[in-house]
Ligand binder design. Structure first.
Ligand code: ATP
Ligand code: MG
Length: 601
């Protein structure tokens, strides 16, 4: 390709309010342009990079035996009503009507459409297993589309779906995809980890992994062990302590009895420093804590550490109130709470609800004395050994002290378990030798065992060998193709611009004659251009009549892996060979450079 003909306008200045390096560089180097928030045009260079990634993905998908399809982006709302997601998908789902006022959506993902296809095409166990994939534009009206291609509202995804007769075959399909994803991301030159992810309320143990590109620019936190292979996303990461389980009642909840909330007798005691050991045998005492609503206020005013406080947080799980207790120095992991309760939705209760459910204002709610409330009580096991603890007093401006969890609270808790976020430095839950540390990353792929979630809801069944009808077992597997472009740039760039890995670079070689008016330079440039072209090597020739500085700056920005500069040495048949990412440069003959490029491929 001759650069004089390429539509690739580079920008000297960084566009305003662009944070992510990938966003800035892809705009500046002329790969993408924004049409609207989260919606981008791919210019010729951007399109080539997408194609290279698509090519790698297709090769690896085909190798697993998956077959390529192309499903419609515009999908009838009825399918989404059938699966139940028309309601629960929320505002990310783009809804529209046709001229007959029939409801449609623009597909954010394709489980519904593909399940519909399979239920009509597959009837017998003889047709299973089968895996289908596509690379296609997806639509999600993200609340905060940002960082360019990292979070778009219109973006390119590879999605695959496996269909199997039983659990075992479903897992085999999953493992094949899991391995294929490793190959794909390795070939793209990505530094990534496959991390255990949260399967929500439908998946079993180990049934879902996210593939995370490691970069400080990522919005996800992953948890890795310093000693073993353990890696998980923060939501999923287990805490190392033994879970202590205690259950009361058959379904683990206490029904609302309608009785008054009882608040034990109040004694006003001064708020002077609490002495730890001598009071172990004392029963909980109400004491005056005017205005001390938060952990920080309590620790400061009472001169205590937060690990002496029992924090009580009220949630609404599918509209039912739930209280979660945790030690004051720990954080509640809402996903763990939500999964334990098998809830579709978990939100923190607003101030009014807290008052209504507990009879106390937010900031002063505590477990002691609240046992008649219409609440499910869950506790993180971090509170288990607390003996001389402080908890909310269930009355404005009051707390309890001398609370002993085993003695005073155990009987009212439905479940004690792991409801907290892990922290850096925690012991690894898997090997118990290493310690946990955090890394930032970008989720570029996701593999998921769905089981019969969609097939049961949408009646996608097959007839087994004994003539019985069974639900088809599914898996789904996504890769954010356009997000991957940005993730690669996050990992492969410097101050001057992008440094593409050779496998996905738009061109392998950038030929730069210093002066297009110099016949000798142009003769060598054209010779190299033709010979490399013959050898099926992708070459971009900068044949623009521009200043050298401009050409080099553009070349650095665009990020082609190898640069051949044809300058003064041309008279002696010599050119300069430069590697974009390492900065290595060498004078070589034309023959030498052709040989070297051959070795790079
Ligand atoms: P996220 O948590 O980042 O919103 P997700 O869990 O919604 O991702 P999936 O539904 O698993 O994502 O989609 C499959 C893949 O599509 C993701 O792994 C990611 O790489 C990509 N992806 C998801 N949302 C976007 C988006 N808004 N823009 C670009 N890529 C996306
Ligand atoms: Mg999302």
């Amino acid at each position: 390709m001759k650069q004089s003909q390429l539509l690739a306008v580079t920008l000297r200045e960084s566009p305003g309010d662009v944070e992510a390096a990938s966003h800035r560089l892809l705009l500046r180097a002329g790969y993408i342009r924004q049409l609207a928030a989260g919606i981008y045009t791919y210019l010729p260079l951007g399109r080539i990079v997408l194609r290279r990634i698509e090519q790698i993905i297709c090769e690896e998908m085909d190798r697993t035996g998956a077959q390529e399809v192309l499903l419609p982006a515009m999908q009838p709302a009825e399918l989404w009503q059938e699966s139940g997601r028309y309601e629960v998908y929320g505002e990310e789902l783009i809804r529209l009507q046709d001229r007959h006022q029939r409801d449609f959506v623009l597909g954010p993902t394709h489980e519904e459409v593909i399940t519909d296809l399979i239920r009509s095409e597959v009837g017998s166990y003889r047709q299973l297993p089968v895996t289908l994939y596509q690379i296609q534009t997806k639509y999600r009206d993200e609340r905060r589309p940002r960082s360019g291609l990292l979070r778009g509202r219109e973006f390119l995804m590879k999605d695959a779906y496996s269909f199997a007769a039983d659990e075992e075959t479903m897992q085999q399909a999953y493992m094949r995809m899991y391995e294929a994803y490793h190959h794909i991301f390795e070939r793209c030159g990505l530094d990534f980890r496959a991390v255990e992810a949260d399967a929500g309320t439908i998946g079993g143990e180990g049934s879902t992994h996210e593939f995370t590109a490691i970069t400080e620019a990522g919005e996800d936190t992953i948890v890795v062990c310093t000693h073993c292979e353990y890696a998980a996303n923060l939501e999923k990461a287990e805490s190392a302590s033994e879970a202590f389980v205690q259950s009361s009642g058959s379904n683990g909840t206490i029904a609302f009895t309608g009785e008054e909330i009882m608040i034990p007798h109040t004694t006003d005691i001064d708020t002077s420093t609490l002495d730890a050991d001598s009071i172990a045998s004392r029963s909980p005492e109400h004491f005056h804590t005017p205005g001390l609503r938060s952990i920080a206020q309590l620790t400061e005013s009472l001169s205590i550490t937060p690990d002496r406080i029992i924090k009580t947080v009220i949630f609404l799980a599918d509209q039912e109130p739930v209280a979660v207790l945790i030690r004051g120095d720990e954080e509640i992991n809402e996903i763990k709470v939500k999964n334990y309760l098998q809830a579709d939705e978990l939100i923190i209760a607003d101030m009014e609800t807290v008052q209504q459910v507990t009879g106390a204002p937010a900031g002063f709610v505590g477990p002691y004395g609240l046992r008649h409330a219409r609440l499910t009580w869950l506790a993180d096991d971090s509170i288990l050994s607390l003996q001389n603890a402080i908890s909310g007093g269930n009355q404005e401006d009051y707390h309890y002290r001398y609370v002993d969890v085993q003695r005073d609270l155990l009987h009212q808790l439905q479940h004690i378990g792991d409801f907290r976020n892990v922290r850096e430095g925690d012991r690894c839950p898997r090997c118990r030798e290493g310690s946990i540390h955090f890394q930032r990353g970008i989720e570029v792929g996701h593999v998921f065992q769905l089981g019969d979630k969609y097939s049961a809801a949408m009646n996608a069944n097959y007839i087994d060998s004994s003539g019985r009808e069974q639900p088809i077992r599914m898996g789904c597997y996504g890769i954010g193709v356009s997000r991957l472009v940005a993730a690669i740039v996050e990992q492969h760039h410097d101050e001057q611009g992008i440094c593409w890995p050779a496998s996905i670079a738009p061109y392998l070689v950038h030929l730069i004659p210093i002066s297009v008016r110099d016949d000798q330079q142009m003769r060598i440039a054209m010779e190299l251009y033709d010979r490399l072209y013959q050898a099926r090597c992708e070459v971009l020739l900068d044949d623009r009549d521009e200043r050298t500085g401009v050409k080099f700056k553009d070349s650095d920005l665009i990020g082609i892996p190898l640069r051949i500069v044809i300058g003064k040495g041309a008279a002696a048949g010599e050119v300069e060979y430069v590697e974009r990412s390492s900065g290595i440069r060498e004078q070589m003959t034309v023959e030498g450079v052709i040989r070297r490029i051959g070795q790079q491929r």
